[in-house]
Design a protein around this ligand. Sequence first.
Ligand SMILES: Nc1ncnc2c1ncn2[C@@H]1O[C@H](COP(=O)(O)OP(=O)(O)OP(=O)(O)O)[C@@H](O)[C@H]1O
Ligand SMILES: [Mg+2]
Length: 302
Amino acid sequence: MTQPASIEDVQTLLSGQDYICARPLATVVFLALKLGRPLFLEGEPGTGKTEIAKAIAAALGRCLIRLQCYEGLDASSAVYEWNFAAQMVAIRTAEASGTADRGALQEELFGPDYLTERPLLQAMRPHAEGPPVLLIDELDRTDEPFEAFLLEALSDFQVTIPELGTIKAAEPPIVILTSNRTREVHDALKRRCLYHWVDYPDFEREIEILTARAPEASAALSREIVAFVQKLRTEDLFKKPGVAETIDWAKCLLALDVISLSPEAISDTLGAILKYQDDIARVQGSEAKRLLEDVRKSLAPV
Ligand SMILES: Nc1ncnc2c1ncn2[C@@H]1O[C@H](COP(=O)(O)OP(=O)(O)OP(=O)(O)O)[C@@H](O)[C@H]1O
Ligand SMILES: [Mg+2]
């Protein structure tokens, strides 16, 4: 599969991977693929930012290469590392056999056999199936020097290894960056990318997602679950539930053979949707009952 031909094509391809893509998101995905631009996705946790990279890779039959960002991630661990242990063994072996030709050994030790490729370098390599999808996940966890480095790597799709020279991607990878916006990512990096804010889905779309991801749930139960989670998102909570929580919750309720929500079933399974004790304490008991009554009213046929 090379390129989707239209925005609808993107939606169809992704729904083939059980990923439900609203039109605005499908539009930026289409453009990112067509124009060969990196796609920068920011949004609430658990709204499908990481998942879309997996879905795009699977739909296009490409390899997915993931660079998980964390505090202290530096350029070398993102691009390549020399395999010190193997180098040491080679040195010892050469010493023991007494055949060490220093120059040749040095060249060998800093050659491809002793190079451990990390995600950015892997993404620059040719792949039989076509350019891979490079997912740079949770970029907001790294620091500014790494961002500056990334900016360079993404502008010309090449990386330099002092001992080996510059390696340039023959065809640029499909790059998807995600952030939870725990800090602002630098404008210069954003400027290189197409940007999209991934919000919580609306009711109908979340039903579609739940139907795709937890098809065992009946239509009536799915509607109750989604309406309840959407209602919770309007409450003053420390951490609102994402789509991932909706799916988890449905699976928990199904595992308990719940066919319709009740205040007891909700209280028993709140840990699947709320992950902070203060939030759980707030919703448990009479509040769960009140929310459920509101939800039932909103779902009642008019
Ligand atoms: N649009 C969607 N279609 C299908 N499944 C979805 C969608 N959005 C979210 N999901 C489900 O929610 C789960 C969590 O999504 P994902 O891990 O991509 O969230 P995220 O936005 O990367 O969250 P975080 O910011 O916490 O990393 C996915 O495994 C998937 O099952
Ligand atoms: Mg993620």
